[in-house]
Design a protein around this ligand. Structure first.
Ligand SMILES: [Zn+2]
Length: 315
């Protein structure tokens, strides 16, 4: 135990980072379960107890349940029924390991308080991974992540007020009290971040609904940015939204081009050379259905880990 303490607090930084990334690998394995089960009725992350093949329902042995290794060893197939295990499973495990490693790297922990911050960053990033993959698969963001995230933001802000060191509301309170961001300031920064993050998306959605007559913004996105704002404060929430909007527009244009190419290829194979108008219309309608949650998650994650660098970007 003392050896571990020595390694984590005074050992070479890469050792702590590597160890934390390794823990992240197993967390990623658990996140796969959450991503699969949260949208399903009647299943929770703890029920049923053992992991099963989603196709033939055979319970997995521990050997078939090791992150990354099992997928490679089984060559991406269920041992019982041959169901091809989606690449999403190893991808989520590798991504979580990477993000957990990044959390430790960005903090460079040298005390237990620092490690507390690493845990906070890693927890938020894990939630964002779940939100991202569920939104891609089902066009919804589970309340367990968004509403759960809001509660977590309050608890973490009180436990680790330092998370709001870059939040102007918290800093203003700290200056009044002469220095360090305290629990009260952090709580105010958290609540302000939730109000601004959720509020701005809600207003954008409301305007969009008035302008287009359809739901422009899912309420899941509103709740997700509210939760994110609880961790990065009001300015951070706006920066996260800007990053999300920029990346989503690029992805949106790419998506429309993809549908345009598909539609052209189909028209050509049917021997129609014209019909550009029609292809463009198809691409515009089909390309519109992109979930926004993954881009919000990306923005929140970037701001959470690299707020100081983001501030430089936005002047
Ligand atoms: Zn199976």
């Amino acid at each position: 135990m003392q050896g571990l303490e020595q390694l984590l607090l005074t050992g070479p930084p890469w050792a702590g980072i590597a160890l934390w990334a390794f823990v992240g690998l197993f967390v990623g394995s658990f996140l796969n379960v959450a991503i699969h089960r949260l949208p399903l009725e009647g299943e929770t992350v703890s029920f049923p107890r053992r992991s099963r093949c989603p196709d033939c329902r055979t319970e997995l042995t521990w050997k078939e349940n090791l992150p990354l290794v099992s997928w490679l060893f089984l060559r991406g197939r269920c041992r019982s029924c041959g169901w091809s295990i989606p690449a999403r499973y190893p991808a989520v495990e590798a991504l979580t390991a990477l993000l957990w490693g990044l959390s430790a790297w960005s903090v460079e922990p040298r005390s237990w308080g620092d490690w507390g911050m690493v845990v906070l960053f890693s927890t938020v990033l894990a939630g964002l991974v779940v939100a991202t993959f569920v939104d891609f698969a089902c066009f919804e963001i589970p309340d367990e992540v968004s509403i759960g995230g809001m509660f977590a933001a309050v608890v973490f802000s009180l436990a680790l007020p330092g998370v709001h060191e870059g939040t102007w509301v918290a800093r203003a309170v700290a200056e009044g009290a002469g220095g360090q961001v305290d629990r009260f300031g952090a709580l105010l920064g958290c609540l302000a971040g939730m109000a601004v993050g959720g509020g701005v998306l809600w207003v954008i959605g409301w305007i969009g609904t008035k302008a287009y007559g359809t739901d422009a913004m899912g309420f899941g996105d509103v709740k997700l940015l509210a939760a994110g704002g609880g961790f990065v404060g009001p300015g951070g929430a706006l920066a996260a939204l800007m990053i999300a909007a920029m990346v989503a527009s690029v992805a949106g244009i790419g998506n429309m081009l993809r549908f345009l190419c598909l539609s052209r290829a189909r028209a050509r194979s049917r021997g129609r050379s014209g019909g550009w108008q029609r292809s463009l219309r198809v691409a515009r309608i089909a390309g519109r259905y992109l979930p926004f949650g993954p881009y919000l998650a990306l923005g929140i994650g970037i701001v959470l880990l690299y707020w100081n660098h983001v501030l430089v970007l936005f002047g």
